[in-house]
Design a protein around this ligand. Structure first.
Ligand SMILES: [Zn+2]
Length: 104
């Protein structure tokens, strides 16, 4: 069973309490009514779908109900970090070099 740590509730809990909510840190364009259809499609549909280290949104749907972000290795399915929504993209714990996609 996969255990996920909710940064609001504390201890790790069963994956059955959570729902994956896609890639984290997708910024909504400020001028969304003015952007082209292609730019909107890029914002709305196109995701990195990373093999390896990925920043993701999750929701504690059967707990506090809140959204939060994680860093998960999509190959091993291991969660490396959970952090509260609204915080900047966090660095990979223990990584001495920035990981691809690890923007500042
Ligand atoms: Zn929670």
């Amino acid at each position: 069973m996969l255990l996920i740590h909710c940064p609001y509730c504390g201890e790790s809990r069963s994956e059955l309490e959570f729902r994956w909510a896609g890639e984290a840190h997708i910024a909504r364009p400020e001028n969304i009514a003015e952007i082209s259809d292609e730019a909107f499609a890029e914002y709305f549909f196109i995701r990195d779908n990373t093999k390896g280290i990925a920043w993701e949104r999750w929701r504690h749907i059967h707990g506090c109900g809140r959204f939060f972000n994680t860093i998960r290795d999509t190959v091993s399915d291991k969660f490396l970090l959970s952090y509260k929504a609204g915080l900047a993209r966090q660095p990979v714990p223990g990584a001495s070099e920035p990981v691809e996609g690890d923007a500042a």
